[in-house]
Design a protein. Sequence first.
Length: 377
Amino acid sequence: MNVERIRRVVVKEFIHILRDPRMKAVIFLVPVLQTMIFGYAVTTDVRHVALGVCNLDRSVASRELVARFEESGCFNVIARPADDAAIRNLLDRGEVRAVLRLAPGFEGDLLAGRTGRIQMLLDGTDSNTAAVTLDYGARIVEEFSRVLLAARRARLAGAARPPPRVDLQMRAWFNENLESRNFYVPGVIAMLVMLVTLLLTSMAVVREKEVGTIEQVMVTPITRAEFILGKSIPFALIGLVDVILVTFVGVFWFDVPIRGHLSLLLLSTGLYLMTGLGIGLLISTVSQTQQQAMMSTFFFYFPAVLLSGFMFPIANMPRPIQWLTLANPLRHFLVILRGIFLKGVGVAVLWPQMLALLVIGLLVLRTATGRFRKTMT
C-alpha cells in the first residue's frame, strides 16, 4: 500500500469538496442548524397544556382544586365553559387539550366523608400528549386528596386509628428531571452524522463515473484498497468535525450532560463513521448516476432511523424485526451515545455495541472494495 498515492486521492477529494463555498456550509453549518432545530422540535415533554375548566360546583374546595391546576405550571386555563355543549365545542375546535369538569355537590361529598368525583375530558387524537396530560392531572388530584385526608385525620385525632399507608419515593437515575431532550439530542447527533457521511460518500465513486475520470483511475497503478481508503479518509475527518460541532451545541446550548470520556466518544464515532462510509461507498459503487445514489441513500437511511430505537422502542417491535435491527449501525451508536452522555459508562459496558460497529464496518468496507473491483473489470 503506497501512502503517497493515498495522500494524492485524499488531497483531490478535499479540493473537490471544499472548493465550493456552498458545500462548506452544507457540511459544517447545516448540521449545527439542524441540531438546533431538532433539539427544540424533537421532544415529548408536555408543558402549558391548554385547559378548560367547567366548575359547576363553585365552592371553596372546587376553586382550591382549580387553583392547584393553575399553579402547577403544567396547565394554562384558557377557557371556562359553562355547560357540556361549550365543552364539546372547545374540544371539537382543538382550542383546548383537556377540560376539567366539577359537578355540583363536589364539596358536599367531601364534607360528608364521601368520595368527591371530578371528570377530565381529553383530546385523544395525540395519544402521547393525552397520556402525559392525564398523568399530570392525576398527580395534582392525588396531592389535593392527600392534603384533605391529612386535615380530616387531624380533626379526628384520637377518635379512630388512622389507616396504614405506603409512601413511595421515586428517584430517576441518569436523567433526574426526566427531560426528553436529554434522550433525543444524542440521537439527533447520530442521525445527522450518518446522513452527512452517507450523502457525501454515496456520490464519491459515481461522480467519477459521470465526469469520466474513472477511466483515468483505471490506468493508474493505484490499488482498490488505496482508492477506497483515499476516498474514505476525507469524509471520516469531516464526520469527526461534525460530531464535535454538534456535540458542542448539544452540551453548551441544550445543557445535555456528558458524563463519559471524550476519548471514548471519539473512538466510538470512528467505528460508527467506518460503517457509514462503507455503506455510502457501497451505494456509490452499485449506482450509475448521482440520482440513483441519492435515492438509494434515502432508501437505506429512513428504515435505519425507524429501526434504531430513536423514535420507537425496539422492545415493542416483532421479534424478527428486533433481530434485523442488530445489523443497523445506528441502533448500536445510539446505545453508545446515551451511555456516554447520560450514564457515563465505559468500554466495560459498551463493548458489545463497539464490537458490532467494528464488524459491520469491516464487512461493508470489504464488500465495497470487492464491488469496486467488479465495476473496474
